[in-house]
Ligand binder design. Structure first.
Ligand code: GP9
Ligand code: MN
Length: 417
């Protein structure tokens, strides 16, 4: 089986050419901070509510960053943890379970492990919730994280909580203090919490109006999104004050949707259109921002990209050759990409077509496309999901040499032993 998968990846996924925007090695030796903005969807970016920017800080940061405005989350039941899995492995999450829970003892070839082996990076995770939520303590060990800081590491009282726990502003504040103590160069993953369903927050803390619709969830969402935006701004300020800003590359993204399709009617009111399956697929976009201090170029890139692309993108930025890896994503800056992003539920977003709700749409116009225009892309997506599942269910990476790109042993034989 590993042979067949390796052949598929060689023919369909691995790149032949270097990206047109060449960021190879730009991150080498620098610290990397990845911020997972809980439930942050892309539709709030560069958007107003009652004439007020929803995310003023992120909007201004984008002016000095690479911003991918056609980047999709691909998570399933495992939500935040699925997103972490996708990013670190460039494999798909599972269809019926959270892989962080069910396959945390597998052999993986994850980003933290590669960064450590090839460039001596240490990886850390910061999150003000209980570490055992999503079985992170077990999976982080498996994926090669050096250490993690959870709710136990943060000091706060009941009144510092919003929604699920410690508010994002204090979270970032204390995280910077802890980041001063960790080894360099490091990869630090910071996972926010305030903008979590059901998006409730004390109104005296709110700095933007609620929306006015039948969906209380959507109405409140803008306020918690704004709160996280402000928290990230404060984080940047503190990183600068502490002298940590210059030597760090910042990546900010959303982990998955916040507003489910249950709220389509109200979402339609906000966006000023009726939500079709096409729009619903596009609403799975989450922001993706790469900010490199001192780097002149800034750009908005509209290539179809997704969480499966994170690993090869970051590895290229780190100048790490990883040609024989088994991954299902591409460097986001490359023009040589396979051209679609597969959702776990069978939907597929391609450069030309979008397959959603059993309809094939023209990606540009949202009009229904001719029957069959999506077939090839749809079949290839299904194939990839299947391969990825086989890797995880069969723990197949035990049989693969990632340096040589060779199958280690005959799987059948091994199983019989
Ligand atoms: C849990 C937090 C939220 O620690 O990451 O998880 P979610 O419910 O979004 O998967
Ligand atoms: Mn989440």
């Amino acid at each position: 089986e590993m042979n067949e998968i390796d052949e598929y990846v060689e023919e369909n996924v691995r790149e032949e050419e270097k990206p047109p925007i060449d960021l190879s090695g730009v991150a080498e030796g620098k610290n990397i901070v990845y911020i997972a903005a809980e439930s942050m969807q892309d539709f709030v970016i560069n958007e107003d509510l009652n004439g007020e920017e929803i995310t003023p800080f992120l909007n201004s940061l984008i002016e000095e960053s690479y911003y991918f405005d056609n980047y999709y989350h691909q998570t399933a039941l495992g939500k935040t943890s699925d997103h972490e899995f996708l990013l670190d492995n460039s494999l798909y999450p599972l269809p019926n379970s959270a892989v962080f829970f069910t396959h945390a003892q597998n052999e993986y070839h994850a980003l933290p492990e590669i960064m450590s082996e090839k460039k001596g990076y240490k990886s850390y995770a910061f999150h003000a919730n209980n570490i055992s939520f999503w079985n992170r303590n077990v999976m982080y060990e498996t994926l090669g994280y050096e250490d993690w800081y959870d709710v136990e590491s943060y000091e706060f009282s009941k009144e510092d909580e919003i929604g699920w726990g410690l508010n994002d502003k204090m979270f970032f504040d204390q995280t910077v203090d802890m980041m001063k103590e960790i080894d360099e160069p490091h990869y630090a993953k910071l996972i926010t919490l305030t903008n979590h369903f059901p998006f409730e927050m004390p109104q005296e803390e709110a700095t933007i109006d609620q929306f006015d619709s039948r969906s209380v969830t959507l109405n409140q969402y803008f306020q918690t999104v704004r709160y996280t935006d402000e928290a990230i701004e404060r984080f940047f300020e503190k990183m600068k004050q502490e002298g940590l800003y210059e030597d760090t590359i910042f990546i900010i993204s959303g982990d998955h949707y916040g507003i489910s399709s249950y709220h389509n009617e109200s979402m339609g009111e906000f966006l000023g259109k009726e939500i079709t399956p096409y729009d619903e697929a596009k609403l799975q976009q989450v922001p993706f921002i790469i900010h490199i201090p001192g780097h002149d170029e800034s750009r908005t890139i509209s290539t179809v990209t997704g969480q499966v692309d994170y690993k090869p993108t970051l590895l290229n930025m780190l100048g790490i050759e990883n040609e024989k890896d088994i991954i299902f994503g591409n460097d986001m800056f490359s023009e040589e990409r396979k051209g679609f992003i597969a959702f776990r539920d069978g939907r597929v977003v391609g450069e030309e077509y979008i397959y959603a709700g059993n309809i094939c749409y023209d990606a540009e116009t949202g009009e229904e496309a001719e029957e069959g225009a999506c077939t090839e892309m749809k079949e290839q997506a299904a194939q990839e999901l299947n391969y990825s599942d086989e890797i995880i269910y069969g723990d197949l990476f035990r049989f693969y040499d990632f340096e040589k790109g060779e199958i280690l042993v005959d799987e059948e034989e091994d199983v019989e032993e």
